[in-house]
Each structure stands twice: as structure tokens, then as C-alpha cells.
Design a protein around this ligand. Structure first.
Ligand code: SAM
Length: 216
């Protein structure tokens, strides 16, 4: 029986999450820890305030949650979605350790989430190049936010740096083997064609982007 790409990715992340140390090491190498400057830039520019509601699509182990909690306070609400049960178990442990009563998580495939126009903002970090049904997931995020709500991404891209672009072929393989990210999608271009871009920054020597879009 042929397994779909989506099922393979789900199994891959369930496998990674058997070893919580994987996430620690991965996030340090990728500058994606819970204190990552990239997460901070993204979340600062989502126009969140105390009491806001926010959707964290493909939330993983919840590395965005500390920044989100700071932004929305105890009266705000954070909803995480991810399709990897084992990864969500780590997120659940983080929520319990921190005693966050306003963070909930759902085991769902991105496009299965149903929360029309209820969120002030939505984000998806280090995941949109990995999620197999990525266009549908982007649409789900657009549908979930209110008018003028912001949708933010941190994603993987090829570097345009004149010195570093020679390692793009290696980066492509590392992204694919290291976590299933597909750089051939050119997600920033897709987002630009379908939404109003309000912020864009290349970081990590041009191998990541931070993009924010507004619902019109
Ligand atoms: C590299 S991790 C990033 C996790 C988190 N956003 C972060 O910034 O640390 C990619 C995440 O995407 C999730 N994912 C992959 N495909 C998905 C899908 N179709 N629906 C929901 N989540 C998915 C994986 O389970 C994994 O947790």
C-alpha cells in the first residue's frame, strides 16, 4: 500500500517526538528555540494585544506559546493545531508545566480545523513548507481570522546571498531529509499572489523568511 506524503510526515514527526532531545537540539541549530529572535519578530508584528485570540497552526511542541502568552495575557486565548499525536503530547506537557489555562491544542490535519472568523491572528512557524496540503492549510488560516486580522509565517527558502546561494542545493536536501520541507513550493510567492503582504524579512542568512499578510 502506498502511503501519502501527509501520512509519512505525520509518522516522521511522531518518530522525532519519541526523543524530546531531538527538538532541543534541532531548535538550537535552527535558531528556533522558545526564545528565538525570529519567533519574537513575527509575533511582535501580528498586532496582538491583551485579550486577543490566536491560532498556532502546526504548533509542534508549543515553542511559540511563551511569546504568545506574553502578547495576549491571561485573558487571551491560544489554540494550537497539529496532526502529530506524539508531538502534541510534548506540547501538552509544556502547557501543564506552565499551568497555562488559556491554551488548548487539537490533533487535526491543518485543513480540518474549523474556526471561521474567530481569531485576531494566526501563525504557522517552520511548517508551511512541510505540511502536505499547504494551500488548503493557508486557506484555513485565512478563513479563521477576522477581517484585517494578520497571518504570519516563518518558513524555509533558498538564499539569495551571493556567497551562500552556492549551498542552496545542500540546503534543499537538508530541509527535505531533516524534516520534510519542500523548498520548490516557493510559499512566499504563493502568499504574495493571494494576500496583502504587510511585512517581509529574510533572516538566517536568507535561508528563512518571516512574512506577514493581512486579511482584506
Ligand atoms: C518543524 S515542525 C514546527 C513546529 C512548530 N510550528 C515550531 O515552530 O516549532 C513542523 C510541524 O508541522 C506539523 N505538521 C506537518 N504536517 C501537518 C499537517 N498536515 N497538519 C498539521 N500539522 C502538520 C508536524 O507535526 C510538526 O509539528
Amino acid at each position: 500500500m502506498n502511503m501519502s506524503r501527509n501520512t509519512i510526515i505525520e509518522k516522521l514527526y511522531n518518530g522525532f517526538s519519541q526523543f524530546p532531545g531531538f527538538w532541543e537540539i534541532d531548535s538550537i541549530i535552527c535558531r528556533a528555540t522558545a526564545g528565538s529572535p525570529y519567533r519574537s519578530i513575527l509575533i511582535r508584528n501580528l498586532n496582538l494585544s491583551i485579550g486577543s485570540t490566536v491560532l498556532d497552526m502546526a504548533c509542534g511542541t508549543g515553542l511559540n506559546f511563551p511569546f504568545l502568552i506574553n502578547a495576549v495575557g491571561s485573558s487571551g486565548r491560544i489554540v494550537g493545531v497539529d496532526n502529530s499525536e506524539k508531538t502534541l503530547k510534548l506540547a501538552k506537557n509544556r502547557i501543564a508545566r506552565q499551568n497555562w489555562s488559556n491554551v488548548s491544542i487539537n490533533k487535526l490535519d491543518g485543513p480540518e480545523f474549523n474556526g471561521k472568523m474567530v481569531f485576531d491572528a494566526a501563525l504557522c512557524t517552520f511548517a508551511i513548507e512541510i505540511i502536505s496540503p499547504y494551500r488548503e492549510t493557508i486557506q484555513t488560516m485565512i478563513d479563521s481570522v477576522k477581517l484585517k486580522g494578520r497571518i504570519g509565517y516563518i518558513g524555509f527558502k533558498y538564499s539569495k546571498n551571493p556567497l551562500l546561494k552556492m549551498i542552496n542545493p545542500l540546503w534543499r536536501i537538508a530541509c527535505l531529509l531533516g524534516g520534510g520541507a519542500d523548498l520548490e513550493r516557493n510559499v512566499p510567492e504563493y502568499l504574495r499572489q493571494n494576500m496583502k503582504e504587510v511585512f517581509f524579512k529574510e533572516v538566517y542568512a536568507g535561508f528563512y523568511y518571516i512574512g506577514i499578510y493581512e486579511k482584506q
